[in-house]
Ligand binder design. Structure first.
Ligand SMILES: Nc1ncnc2c1ncn2[C@@H]1O[C@H](COP(=O)(O)OP(=O)(O)OP(=O)(O)O)[C@@H](O)[C@H]1O
Ligand SMILES: [Mg+2]
Length: 271
């Protein structure tokens, strides 16, 4: 059984794409199954930069129906089991202004994906609130909202959430499921708690600000892959573990366990 995870946010530049690809990385590592990150933001095709082998078709071809099956749209990355579905257009709404057709395609996608063999499907969506974001949210089992401690970002998320909750009940009679917050670019844990309290959102996890991000971008590498033991990488791992219902191991217990493991291993290897 797969799960569709929608990554959205009130404003641009809050780290939706960064979180989407690193979440995809950890999902593929922890589940040992194929994981898709969909470049569903045609204005910022950020996750396309991690593709090593492009597929013939992209997400817009799937929405148009040119590609019948999502399997035709899977581009490879340099991480085993991690695939990106690229965006080939500048505006998905250009494909067909009749949203009902897109809704029909996305409903097919949901049924196809849920019965399929993917470990997880992550939608990296456009900034702010718009019609297509509303549909992406409704087809997802989990809705992750990315915020930062910046005041105008928080205002943007509040507006986004009220529009998301109010919108489209008439045509898409399903609620937005699994809403949780990820607070990005924080300097202290307390900041993350405060942001989620203001937003009345359960806090799934937080990600610290890292200066090394630019280095990874220049090399075209996924952050968690390039810096395996960096705090930000481990925070992304914790977020993924929480999503999978496996409680994240805090730093204290993990060092305790690794100490225990080392002692155990040395006893067994000497015996
Ligand atoms: N935790 C972080 N520490 C440092 N830099 C970060 C962090 N998260 C994201 N960034 C950087 O901030 C910028 C915006 O991130 P990203 O592109 O992921 O945001 P986005 O929400 O997808 O933006 P857009 O709405 O424009 O698509 C990028 O340059 C990214 O590398
Ligand atoms: Mg983006």
């Amino acid at each position: 059984m797969s799960s569709i995870i929608c990554v959205s946010g009130g404003k641009g530049g809050v780290g939706k794409s960064f979180i989407s690809i690193n979440l995809g990385y950890w999902m593929s590592k922890l589940l040992h199954r194929h994981v898709l990150v969909i470049s569903a933001d045609p204005t910022n095709k950020t996750v396309d930069r991690y593709i090593t082998h492009f597929s013939e078709y992209g997400w817009d071809d799937f929405l148009k129906g040119t590609a019948l099956d999502i399997d035709e749209c899977l581009s490879r990355t340099n991480v085993e089991n991690l695939y990106v579905v690229p965006a080939r257009t500048e505006d998905f709404l250009d494909i067909d202004p009749d949203l009902r057709k897109i809704m029909t395609r996305l409903d097919f996608f949901r049924r196809d994906v849920l019965s399929g063999s993917f470990g997880a499907v992550i939608l990296d969506t456009p900034a702010g609130y718009n019609a297509i974001n509303q549909i992406y949210s409704r087809i997802s089992q989990t809705n992750l909202v990315v915020a930062t401690p910046r005041e105008d970002d928080i205002r943007g998320v509040l507006e986004f959430l009220s529009l998301l909750r109010a919108g489209w009940r008439e045509s898409w009679k399903e609620d937005v499921k699994g809403l949780q917050g990820i607070v990005n670019m924080i300097y202290s844990k307390e900041e993350a708690r405060q942001v989620c309290t203001t937003l009345s959102l359960p806090l799934l996890g937080y990600v610290g600000y890292t200066k090394k991000k630019e280095e990874a971008t220049k090399l075209g590498e996924i952050y968690s892959n390039l810096f395996p033991s960096d705090p930000v990488t481990l925070q992304m791992k914790d977020i993924t573990l929480s999503l999978l219902g496996r409680s994240p191991i805090t730093n204290n217990t993990s060092s305790f366990f690794s100490l225990y493991q080392r002692i155990k291993n040395s006893i067994f290897s000497s015996g």
